[in-house]
Design a binder for this molecule. Structure first.
Ligand SMILES: NC(=O)c1ccc[n+]([C@@H]2O[C@H](COP(=O)([O-])OP(=O)(O)OC[C@H]3O[C@@H](n4cnc5c(N)ncnc54)[C@H](OP(=O)(O)O)[C@@H]3O)[C@@H](O)[C@H]2O)c1
Length: 237
């Protein structure tokens, strides 16, 4: 990678809600941004159109990804389960295969993803997942297992990846960088709520945090009750 491309990042899935926050935070941090989204969704990036390069195409198309990630020192990928066309695993594999050697690869997913099986998810997750899987399968609208497959591929990769596992999300002004823990179920995460803009902020921040390489941090809002309670116990200790 030459010096001129050292600050270029690619956002895969840039037109979605999380994707647009990723673009916004990456631009604010001074990165040059290449945004990948479906042709029909390009107008959703109108607010940024004079400041970004747009690579229109399916986000799980290896040829589209190969062109978009060329020269990028980082790739921010939104893994979403929509459709039955390997949207998550196709995108993840294309990024793993074609990103520049040594590039930082940051992926989004939810708390339902586990790396080592030591996560303890909220009680409501089990029934929600069973119903979600069945509904997605019957309607062919989404495929949760494809997101699981995508993360399995990432966890097995020797690249500089980070899988950021989001809690439930809400809209609203940024509260600051979320806090994280290794396992869902850790007390600091109990509030299970993060602002969507801060999820994106964490992912962009991770581009330059070497301690997060090959980690799957589970995040929660820094102003959430559980994060504040954790902070208070740290100060008291
Ligand atoms: N929503 C939550 O509460 C929640 C909680 C925890 C973690 N997360 C994680 O956060 C990330 C983003 O979630 P989000 O809710 O904010 O979604 P989002 O950013 O709005 O992303 C949705 C993405 O899916 C694409 N998409 C939608 N329908 C599609 C279809 N039929 N075929 C192909 N692509 C389609 C969108 O592309 P277009 O713009 O082209 O439509 C967009 O890139 C995901 O990794 C998710 O696992 C979400």
């Amino acid at each position: 990678m030459d010096q001129a491309s050292a600050k270029r990042v690619c956002v895969v899935g840039a037109s979605g809600k999380l994707g647009r926050y990723l673009v916004q935070h990456a631009l604010a941090r001074g990165y040059e941004v290449v945004a990948v989204c479906r042709e029909a969704s390009v107008p959703k990036l109108a607010a940024f159109k004079d400041r970004i390069h747009i690579a229109a195409g399916a986000t799980n198309d290896a040829a589209v990804i190969q062109r978009a990630v060329a020269g990028c020192s980082g790739v921010l990928t939104v893994l979403f389960p929509w459709g039955r066309g390997r949207s998550s695993s196709g995108a993840a594999q294309a990024v793993l295969d074609h990103a520049e050697p040594g590039a930082r690869l940051i992926f989004s997913c939810g708390w339902h993803i586990t790396r080592d099986g030591k996560d303890v998810v909220p009680k409501s997750f089990g029934p929600q997942l069973v119903l979600g899987r069945a509904f997605g399968w019957l309607t062919r609208a989404f495929d949760i297992d494809d997101q699981v497959d995508a993360c399995r591929r990432i966890f097995a990769s020797p690249t500089k990846w980070t899988v950021v596992r989001g809690s439930d999300l809400e809209e609203g002004e940024s509260q600051g960088l979320p806090v994280w823990s290794e396992h869902v179920g850790d007390p600091i995460l109990a509030s299970n709520l993060t602002r969507r803009t801060d999820f994106a902020l964490f992912m962009v921040d991770a581009l330059e945090r070497d301690e997060l390489i090959q980690q799957a941090p589970a995040i929660v809002g820094c102003r959430s009750a559980s994060a504040l309670a954790h902070q208070a116990t740290q100060h008291a200790a």
